[in-house]
Design a protein. Structure first.
Length: 368
């Protein structure tokens, strides 16, 4: 940010974004020197469940070589249910915190951020990013290819390795808000409270054995969460292809990861298991999952991680298959969903519960 320029006011309603405000934002970000934005056109984009995304096309009063022709803005959800969930889990605070404090300390490719601001009392926030088009968003329902999955594992190691075992992460309050027995107890209560509604909505597509795993997770939530021990790192928390932009023949970075609302501090294997269990379709996952896990592991070591054995990685991976079960049950019931959202959660339920069952997660829980 440019010293001597006033911090832009917080605009959390995309319909209130105008040329004067964007001029202030881009000057403060150091990408607009002297000129001004004279016109703004907006378009709703993306499929976010917890927020709304807009692309803004900008016109300037003079040539501005460093200033973007388009930018992307992220704003609070207009849906009361989603906004309440965001406040409950402090997801907006986490994402703003990531771009302010942590994005520059890791190697995973993320969008350049021009502005990250939040009012913690109201929950209003705004994020403004570079426009990554012609890169395209992944499709959670369709699933991804194995080649895309390999890219995801390589980028995941680029997130985890730089801060692997870093004790200073434990001092960041907003990053550790889900730690401790109190948080685990609350999570267990929330999960068990939502479980009947989840079963009523999606249980018909699951086997009795898979449903038993879901019930057992509620019972053994504390033991399961406590079974993952340091070293910890920065975790994405919702590492799936809807939150990724892939390059196309027309351009774009090979893979850029977005939506950092569930960032946390914990065992990195949760992200790896979550993606592998939900990215490829079930037959592809079964055929390639150990190769994908090994790619993640090898990339960790190549980036300097030491003292983490392959045997431990595999053991934690089997337990971490339950991360997807947990996310699917909770998110499907607390986030307002349109028709696509329901289809997305149905696909997540099918894949994550099959993943956990394939690795005998119910037996693992009862043995903790």
């Amino acid at each position: 940010m440019v010293e001597g320029t006033a911090k832009p006011r917080l605009v959390s309603d995309p319909t209130q974004v105008d040329a004067a405000w964007l001029t202030d934002v881009l000057r403060h970000a150091g990408v607009l020197d002297g000129g001004a934005v004279t016109d703004v056109r907006s378009q709703r984009i993306g499929t976010g469940q917890m927020g709304q995304n807009y692309a803004f096309s900008l016109t300037y009063d003079r040539a501005a070589p460093q200033a973007p022709a388009t930018i992307v803005g992220k704003f609070p959800s207009p849906e009361p249910k989603s906004r309440q969930a965001a406040r409950m889990f402090r997801t907006y605070e986490r994402e703003v915190g990531f771009y302010r404090e942590l994005a520059h300390t890791v190697d995973i490719r993320v969008p350049k951020c021009y502005l990250a601001d939040i009012d913690l009392e109201s929950g209003d926030f705004v994020l403004l990013f570079e426009d990554l088009r012609p890169a395209v968003q992944g499709d959670q329902i369709a699933g991804c290819t194995i080649e895309e999955s390999v890219l995801a594992m390589e980028q995941l190691a680029a997130l985890h390795a730089p801060r692997w075992g870093d004790p200073s992460l434990a001092e960041i309050a907003w990053l550790n808000q889900s730690d401790g027995d109190d948080a685990t107890g609350m999570l267990r209560t929330v999960y068990q409270g939502l479980w009947p509604a989840f079963v009523a909505q999606f249980g018909g597509s699951l086997t009795s054995g898979q449903l038993e795993i879901g019930e057992a997770l509620g019972v053994y939530m504390k033991e399961w969460r406590n079974s993952f021990t340091p070293p910890y790192t920065i975790t994405h928390g919702d590492y799936r292809i809807d939150n990724m932009l892939f390059g196309t023949p027309e351009g774009g970075y090979p893979l850029t990861t977005v939506d950092w609302q569930t960032i946390g501090h914990g065992a990195g294997i949760h992200d790896a298991a979550y993606f592998i269990g939900n990215g490829p379709r079930v037959p592809d996952r079964r055929a390639h999952e150990m190769d994908l896990l090994r790619r993640y592991y090898d990339c960790l070591l190549a980036r300097g991680v030491s003292g983490y054995t392959w045997e431990r990685c595999v053991d934690e991976y089997k337990r971490a298959t339950l991360s997807g079960v947990l996310m699917t049950v909770v998110a499907s019931q607390v986030v307002a969903s349109d028709q696509r959202g329901v289809a997305m959660f149905a696909a997540m339920a099918e894949r994550h519960f099959a993943h956990a069952a394939d690795h005998k997660a119910g037996e693992i829980l009862r043995g903790l």
